[in-house]
Design a protein around this ligand. Sequence first.
Ligand SMILES: [Mg+2]
Length: 404
Amino acid sequence: MEIARLQLEGGLDEPDAPHSPTETSVTDKFAFAFDIDGVLIRGGRPIPEAIEAMQVLNGKNDYGLKIPYIFVTNGGGKTEQERCIQLSKQLQIEVSPGQFICGHTPMREMAEIYNTVLVVGGEGEKCRQVAEGYGFKDVVTPGDIIKYNPDTTPFRTLTDEEHANSRTRDFAGVKIEAIFVFADSRDWAGDQQIILDLLMSKGGVVGTRSETLEEGPPVFFSHNDVIWSASHEHVRLGMGALRCSLEAMYKAVTGKELETTAFGKPQIGTFQFATRLLQQWRRDTHGIDAPPETVYFVGDTPESDIRGTNEFNKESNNTWYSILVKTGVYQPGTTPRYVPKITVNNVLDAVNHGIERENQRSQKKLFKEALNFTENRLNGVAIKDDLLTPTPGTHIIQNPVDSL
Ligand SMILES: [Mg+2]
């Protein structure tokens, strides 16, 4: 499992050892990518149809076919490894970091660029650990700054646990080079105060104030979802809402515009990352080298999942086919701002739709070939030997690899 992730990060070469054949049939024609919250999980529990949907992908379907899949979530706040263990339990399958991207995964590439960074959001020290795991060399949290100067946040004092976990440091002269919001803030007021202070500082030096108020470090968010689907009957505010709030607050205080950057869906970079991950995953676990003709992306948020899939489809060499489910953010009866190829009730319907669509496509192809064959015979055209070989309805490779 780990091999896939390491290779994706460019740390390992392709394994030389030959893969042993298994009896499983795996399609090389298509694959699935899933959003998680509102599609597979809601409020920490699996959506009822999600477990069966995974079983269908793993071969429990009319064709006995295994279909490769990955997960692309904007969520975060834990290491990819931890999140995969949790998802494996929830969905009753084995999920590997080699088939998983969360909102902050692409931030690992920034570890080379910035030295001292402020990491915001998530529970306790989790996001500091994630950032350090990505290779960030000097990670500061809002707790560290409050511990250094408790007057920073007049309405927020650290709990005993937070005080113990936060690091003791003299911040005089310490320069924060970038701010990363890794996961949802647990304390909007305190976190925004600290971010705002840094944005108005002289080049990110803690405790200073710029004359122009615009010399602060850049701010990066791991995604831009304003709302998301949790256990409450109505959608809840997400990280995108914090971003809106921060930009509005900066303008109210300074009179100037603030430009921030968001990763995650619908950013094209996230879909490019997903393409690389899927390619690596299919090669390492199934022995498939060529890219799939179609990737079915199943999501519940039109603004991130559907928008990103549709926009990426325009520039990708293969087809990215957007499927919207009704189990999350999208409200049935409303018109989504970004229109999917199809809207279905739940993730199981989405999987079945993809499989049936592929089946129909291959039948159409067969029919066309049969028609050409007949026409050629009627026209007296010499028939090549290879045309006499039947084409299977859905191309199946018989010697797939399962290195997990
Ligand atoms: Mg979602």
